[in-house]
Write a protein that binds this ligand. Structure first.
Ligand SMILES: Nc1nc2c(c(=O)[nH]1)N[C@H]1C(S)=C(S)[C@@H](COP(=O)(O)OP(=O)(O)OC[C@H]3O[C@@H](n4cnc5c(=O)[nH]c(N)nc54)[C@H](O)[C@@H]3O)O[C@H]1N2
Ligand SMILES: Nc1nc2c(c(=O)[nH]1)N[C@H]1C(S)=C(S)[C@@H](COP(=O)(O)OP(=O)(O)OC[C@H]3O[C@@H](n4cnc5c(=O)[nH]c(N)nc54)[C@H](O)[C@@H]3O)O[C@H]1N2
Ligand code: SF4
Ligand SMILES: [Mo]
Length: 730
């Protein structure tokens, strides 16, 4: 029997866990009450880590596919096969025909996050894809423009604010995003206890809205207009007050001027919010002693994601809350993160290259992930012939998922680094499984860039992976193989030294001295980034002595250390934003569709990949189609009936959940479901498959400035599905 302490790697809340084991079995997982950060907070997903580790469907050995047959092979054989497949593509079509899709768990796994770049660098693969363009790309674009760094993202100071406005985020399910805070939802009670208020602006009365003081039921995709109206009122009523930011902001007049004709009276109907409520919101934001507006994924993955995201930041600036305690602050973490090392300066030029088929412009180095399917499927020079997926399941998570599902089998080489044989990896020729979450050390790094408390924490593995390679070794080896080295000659240790030296140089540290750190792989990089931390610098060996972490207290960076714009000031006004106002005006002049679809998350689910953990999926069905009673009555549907949902690109069926917790005219389906495809090996998930909402999302429905997918606000038609009638797969 043993007790282990480690950080939960599943979401941005980074809870400390206490894990009890008996031999090679996990017997209990609890929140670690001695953890300096989370003090015992935990959610059902963290508690299920043992089940995830013991899941019999989790892959432990590499798999090679011959036709439809999979067989387990040795690691050398798997790499030999990867080499044959990938080098054949490179020899016939060049390295440009090979690409990588880097999925979300990469952020929560430092072996992957620190070495995916090495795979691209050593192989010279020119472009990569990620779910970033179904997620936070507008945020990155806006922060690059306003602050000069895509990863300098202001964080609401929830522990000290008196008025928190939450837009398009549901921490009750997600536990916070681009805002790392333990027990974030409990913070709403603490705000109220000190006399403050929380307002949630969301088309659905989420768990967060239930816990807040007010729910404003906005129409999907209309937040930009609503926020422009707030700015218009600030201008009209003389409420703009930059506070300590006076002299540090450019573009205030231009912005207030542009917002003038978006008065509450003009936009109220379209947004579905009473003009008086919008006016009042402007006065509340201006008048509160301390206030913060927080906008997250519901503002990003919608048609006007960049405008809405820009205006959230603009409001925080116009009301003098940026860089002010109780407002929004930049993190100053106890580890050097992507935000503290990036040297990018605005303004951002987009469209330095465009995609081959659709001509979609790149933004911050990536094109919309919905272009991937057509880049694989469309013949001609430059066609993608080889794909490596790293911890991603784009067949469920990408818009127009049906097109990608159909395109992947046409690849000449597909390699998946994944722990499951699932909807995406079933198309691979080789699957290379990573270690389980409990078989590897863990150190959350990028996420500390979104926390307003500085903490040092590193966790050792709970179980010994014996002789299986870690994912950073797999990535280095694949990079070398793609670069032309035969598998038997790959020198992983040498490559790691070279990669580390490149990292160290960025921090101004001489990484070629072997005595500098006794560690190798991602731990050596962590040793570097802990030592180079903006606050609480220490070596990894020191950090290892503190299983519950070291707390350096509340911590935020001053504007002077953050701003990297050309002017050195906050730059509110960019042509890119103003130009997009015409697209908004145009949309406002059109009639609203009678029914639109939005997404949602559930605390027991994690994007697409934890539905095979039976303790998380038992009980009531969570993949329901939520619908207001008025819509249900109009469509002749009752609670539990199956409905057919049709969009411009696809069709799915789902059980109806009638609830007054959603706006009339809006329906909601969660993403990450659709485990009904043939050829997967996820017994629990396949028994309760749910519908793949991304079969309904058109790949061309985008926030244009950022290229981010609009998965919210999709026009749909709904009809009852007669018993026994199952729709054709899209
Ligand atoms: N349990 C759990 N936690 C997770 C995840 C998970 O899948 N499950 N995923 C993780 C990931 S990858 C991310 S990126 C984060 C995301 O974290 P959050 O940003 O908190 O994401 P959601 O919970 O999806 O909340 C988005 C909200 O936006 C609302 N919304 C939709 N359209 C609009 C709109 O047009 N306007 C407004 N104002 N609101 C809108 C939705 O109704 C929903 O309540 O969560 C992370 N945490
Ligand atoms: N309609 C709609 N679509 C969405 C969203 C939405 O709100 N609505 N949200 C979007 C967002 S925010 C995101 S981040 C994406 C997520 O999109 P993806 O990253 O493509 O999808 P995930 O479901 O996170 O899939 C993760 C994969 O990684 C594997 N995996 C898990 N842990 C590990 C590991 O340690 N190592 C390896 N090698 N593999 C591992 C899992 O088995 C799974 O196959 O989905 C996006 N798609
Ligand atoms: S909230 Fe849950 S999933 Fe997220 S870190 Fe904490 S225990 Fe893990
Ligand atoms: Mo995400």
């Amino acid at each position: 029997m043993a007790t282990h302490y480690r950080t939960c790697p599943l979401c941005e809340a980074m809870c400390g866990l206490e894990i009890e084991t008996d031999g090679d079995r996990v017997t209990r997982v609890r929140g670690d009450r001695a953890d300096v950060w989370s003090k015992g907070f935990i959610c059902p997903k963290g508690a299920s880590l043992g089940h995830l580790h013991h899941d019999p469907d989790r892959l432990r050995a590499p798999m090679v596919r011959d036709g439809r047959e999979w067989r387990e092979v040795s690691w050398p054989e798997a790499f030999e096969r990867c080499g044959t497949l990938l080098r054949s593509v490179v020899n016939s079509h060049g390295i440009e025909a090979v690409t990588i899709y880097i999925g979300n768990p990469t952020v929560h796994n430092y072996s992957l996050s620190r070495y995916s770049g090495a795979l691209a660098a050593f192989s010279r693969i020119p472009t990569v894809w990620s779910p970033g363009t179904v997620d936070q790309w507008p945020k990155n674009l806006v922060c690059a423009q306003l602050y000069g760094n895509p990863w300098s993202i202001p964080i609401p100071d929830v522990s000290n604010t008196d008025l928190l406005v939450v837009m398009g985020a549901n921490p009750h399910a997600s536990n916070g995003s681009l805002l790392s805070h333990p027990d974030l939802i409990g913070e709403l009670d603490r705000i109220r206890a000190r006399g403050g208020r929380t307002i949630v602006i969301d088309p659905r009365r989420t768990g967060t809205a239930e816990r807040a003081d007010e729910w404003i039921a906005v129409n999907p995709g209309t937040d930009a207009a609503l926020l422009l109206a707030v700015v218009a009122v600030l201008g009209q009523e003389g409420l703009v007050d930059l506070g300590p930011l006076v002299g540090r902001v450019r573009g205030v007049e231009a912005l207030v001027d542009a917002a003038k004709d978006f008065t509450p009276e003009r936009v109220g109907d379209w947004c579905g919010v009473a003009p008086e409520r919008i006016r009042c919101l402007a006065r509340e934001l201006a008048g509160a002693r301390r206030a913060a507006v927080y906008g997250r994924i519901g503002l990003c993955n919608q048609e006007f994601g960049t405008l809405a995201t820009w205006l959230v930041d603009a409001l925080n600036v116009l009301t003098g809350r940026l860089g002010v305690p109780g407002g929004v602050l930049f993190a100053r973490p106890a580890i050097a993160t992507i935000s503290s090392t990036s040297r990018r300066r605005g303004p951002v030029r987009t469209g330095r290259w465009s995609t081959r088929v659709r001509g979609a412009p790149e933004v911050l180095g990536q094109a919309p992930v919905s272009c991937l399917a057509e880049e694989i499927a469309t013949p001609g020079p430059g066609r993608i012939r080889g794909l490596i997926t790293v911890a991603g399941n784009p067949v469920l998570s990408s818009p127009d998922a049906g097109a990608l599902d159909a395109a992947l089998p046409t690849l000449e080489a597909m390699i998946s680094l994944d722990n499951y044989l699932n909807e995406t990896s079933r198309h691979a020729h080789v699957i290379l499984p990573g270690l389980s979450q409990l078989e590897q050390p863990h150190c959350a790094e990028a996420l500390w860039g979104f926390a307003l408390r500085a903490v040092t924490r590193w966790s050792p593995p709970v179980f010994d992976p014996s002789d299986r390679p870690a994912e950073w070794e797999i990535l280095l080896r694949l990079g070398a193989i793609l670069g032309g080295t035969p598998n038997s000659e790959v020198d992983v240790r040498g490559l790691d030294d070279a990669w580390f030296a490149m990292r160290a140089a960025r921090h101004g540290v001489g990484g070629d001295d072997p005595a500098w750190s006794r560690h190798r792989g991602p731990d050596r990089i962590v040793d570097l980034t802990l030592r180079c931390a903006p606050v609480g610098s220490m070596t990894l060996d020191e950090a290892m002595k503190h299983p519950h972490g070291v707390d350096h207290g509340p911590s935020h960076a001053g504007l002077d250390t953050v701003l990297r714009t050309a002017s050195g000031d906050v730059e509110l006004a960019h042509d890119m934003f103003f130009a997009d106002l015409d697209r908004l005006r145009h949309r406002m002049a059109q009639p609203r569709p009678p029914l639109v679809l939005i997404g949602r998350r559930d605390v027991r689910s994690n994007n697409s990949w934890m539905h095979n953990v039976s303790v998380l999926v038992r009980g009531r069905d969570r993949a329901t189609l939520m619908m207001h009673p008025l819509d249900a009555a109009r469509l002749g549907l009752g609670d539990g009936d199956r409905a057919l949902v049709t969009s411009a690109v696809g069709q799915v069926s789902a059980p109806v959940e009638v609830t007054d917790g959603i706006r009339p005219g809006v329906v909601s389906l969660p993403h990450g479901w659709g485990h009904d495809r043939d050829g997967t090996r996820t017994a629990v998930a396949s028994a309760r498959p749910g519908a793949n909402v991304n079969l309904l999302v058109p790949g061309t429905f985008l926030d244009e400035p950022s290229g981010n997918a609009a998965v919210n606000g999709v026009e749909v038609r709904i009809s009852p599905l007669p018993d026994g009638l199952v729709p054709e797969p899209a």
